[in-house]
Ligand binder design. Structure first.
Ligand code: ADP
Length: 279
């Protein structure tokens, strides 16, 4: 199953989120099949990530954007967080601090992009600066409108430096979101996630949708693609993202570096030590 082809938005095309299903099962007959697929891909992702970490030549940036309760945290826990933490970091981007606000909007972002061999996962990202900032009118239109091009240049710069970029929009329906808000209310362990702002954002669902559609359409290229992931089924969300990350790492084809020591010499050293220890 080519999940990349299935969910990648074609560069240069506009996107209408309303015409993309939020609930899909893809090729899976049931949840169990999808969970098995995800576990298999997680293992393969870990192996490829290890190779990339040792190879030290390229890096991977994964951007997650979504409405509240669409499952960024769950996806990180069940798929992306399964990578070896030695070579992987997750960065949540919240309301900018005073010092962050005193800089250009990419300042805090650039510090978190992956070094060679590493994976960075952005839980929210620079896209907030053309999403919440636009919908909530936090800066004038003239300012946020220029940011699409600035983002394109920034991402092109990362790609030129050897970073592969994957951007995921977790696509959830308002009905499923409300259902999840209810589950949070019913579960005391989830009460820390509750806030009134989530309900205020629901009143602006259409405005957010338009802002997402513009961000996806205006900042979408072959090198820095957007994927719209149907997220009403958590198991499909996990399986399709695991599939795309695995396909991407496979294409990146990280290789173990060539051996630059004399193996016979090392073997002889080992034999000498082992003989000494025996005697
Ligand atoms: P999350 O919802 O990601 O789990 P929070 O509940 O702490 O985490 O929400 C983070 C908040 O920070 C969101 O409401 C998001 O819109 C806001 N935010 C992130 N980046 C910016 C930004 N650049 N400007 C304004 N608000 C931002």
């Amino acid at each position: 199953m080519d999940f990349k082809k299935l969910h990648q938005i074609e560069p240069g095309k506009s996107v209408k989120l309303k015409s993309i299903e939020t609930k899909q099962g893809g090729p899976f007959k049931n949840k169990a099949e999808a969970v098995e697929f995800t576990a298999d891909r997680n293992e393969k992702i870990r192996d490829l990530q290890y190779r990339m970490f040792v190879e030290q030549k390229q890096s991977l940036l994964i951007v997650l954007q979504a409405p509240d309760a669409a499952g960024k945290d769950g996806l990180i826990r069940k798929v992306l967080g399964q990578m070896n933490p030695q070579g992987c970091r997750t960065y949540p981007f919240k309301v900018p601090s005073e010092i962050e606000r005193a800089h250009d909007f990419l300042w805090r972002i650039h510090q978190c992009t992956p070094a060679t061999g590493m994976v960075s996962i952005f839980n929210r990202s620079h896209y907030e600066d053309v999403l919440v900032v636009r919908v909530e009118d936090l800066v004038p239109k003239k300012i946020w409108n220029e940011r699409y091009e600035i983002i394109n240049q920034f991402e092109a710069n990362l790609v030129a430096a050897g970073t592969t970029i994957l951007k995921f929009f977790l696509h959830i329906s308002p009905e499923e979101q409300l259902e999840r808000f209810k589950k949070r209310l019913d579960n005391p362990d989830k009460h820390w996630k509750l806030n009134t702002g989530d309900y205020a954002a629901r009143d602006k669902w259409d405005q957010y949708r338009e802002a997402y559609e513009d961000a996806i359409a205006k900042c979408n290229s072959k090198q820095s693609p957007w994927f719209v992931i149907p997220a009403d089924n958590k198991w499909y969300r996990d399986a399709s993202v695991a599939g795309i990350v695995h396909e991407t790492l496979t294409q990146m084809d990280p290789k173990m570096p060539p051996v630059d020591v004399d193996l016979d010499e090392i073997r002889a050293l080992y034999e000498r030590e082992a003989a000494e220890q025996r005697s």
